[in-house]
Design a protein around this ligand. Structure first.
Ligand SMILES: NC(=O)c1ccc[n+]([C@@H]2O[C@H](COP(=O)([O-])OP(=O)(O)OC[C@H]3O[C@@H](n4cnc5c(N)ncnc54)[C@H](OP(=O)(O)O)[C@@H]3O)[C@@H](O)[C@H]2O)c1
Length: 253
């Protein structure tokens, strides 16, 4: 029987859809975000099929993350899944006066996620079991134009998760890196093109299946992004520079 799950950034998009999907599978939930009103709406929508605890949490406040995660775990009991999902995009070209936004992206997507994963690992080390999931991105595979901070944040998160996976291997703690392509959420709704975009409900079903299978790392969906990821990594720099500039802005996801 699956235990309870904690998800950061559950007020919208992927986190919200994943909460609904996990509730359907019978998991009690600990949901966090800055917009508590949206979490309350979500709890009403899920409608009492599982116990749900809500907490206001800004993941940039890393000390608060370290308090809220164990507090939620104590309130729910038997938490065995923690999903570091909260994230933002919205960067602009390097050197165009948007450094404050870039800083915000790093504080949220890297430090906020690291604080979540750190708190999860501490909890699961004590329990001797658990599953940590990080929502990274295919944008972390290679530097794209128009979203340097976002690409850097997801590359950092993926590598951090990989180190955690290796460290925690053998302690009964799984670590999964999920790298979505385009999923139709507010984070990318302003983009002109979103190749192979899928609905959040479809993405959440695929993510839940990957979690259940204990996958170490996967794109979502697997095809075409898994293949694209392999190609992205091996294309030589000069060719990548030419190809990537053909699709400006596609990195903001
Ligand atoms: N959609 C895609 O195509 C795509 C592709 C690859 C990766 N991703 C990743 O998937 C994750 C979820 O994104 P999404 O597409 O579902 O976007 P979204 O609909 O905009 O949701 C983002 C979530 O993150 C939360 N969040 C943002 N900043 C936060 C902060 N400082 N503290 C706590 N929570 C915060 C938001 O909640 P509040 O604003 O209420 O705090 C919201 O619930 C992100 O990490 C994103 O990078 C998305």
């Amino acid at each position: 029987m699956a235990g309870a799950a904690i998800i950061t950034g559950a007020s919208s998009g992927i986190g919200r859809a994943l909460a609904i999907e996990l509730a359907r599978s019978g998991r009690a939930l600990g949901l966090t975000a800055r917009r508590i009103d949206r979490l309350e709406d979500l709890r009403r929508e899920i409608g009492g099929i599982v116990p749900i605890e809500l907490r206001t949490l800004d993941v940039r406040d890393t000390a608060a993350v370290g308090q809220v995660i164990p507090e939620l775990a104590a309130a729910l009991g038997d938490v065995d899944l923690i999903v570091a999902n909260a994230g933002i995009a919205g960067g602009r070209a390097v050197g165009t006066g948007h450094f404050a936004t870039d800083r915000d992206i790093i504080e949220t997507n890297v430090l906020g996620a690291m604080a979540t994963i750190d708190a999860a690992a501490a909890l699961f080390r004590t329990a001797g079991r658990g599953h940590i999931v990080g929502i990274s991105s295919v944008a972390g595979f290679r530097g794209l134009p128009g979203s340097a901070a976002y690409c850097a944040s997801k590359a950092a998160l993926s590598i951090y998760l990989e180190s955690a996976r290796v460290e925690l291997h053998g302690l009964g703690i799984l670590v999964t890196t999920i790298s979505p392509g385009f999923i139709d959420t507010p984070i990318n709704e302003d983009l002109k093109t979103r190749p192979f975009v899928i609905k959040p409900e479809v993405g959440a079903r695929k993510i839940a299946a990957l979690i259940a299978s204990g996958t170490a790392s996967s794109t979502v969906p697997k095809f075409p992004w898994g293949l694209y990821g392999v190609l992205m990594r091996f294309i030589p720099d000069a060719l990548w520079t030419r190809l990537a500039t053909l699709s400006p802005g596609t990195g903001q996801h």
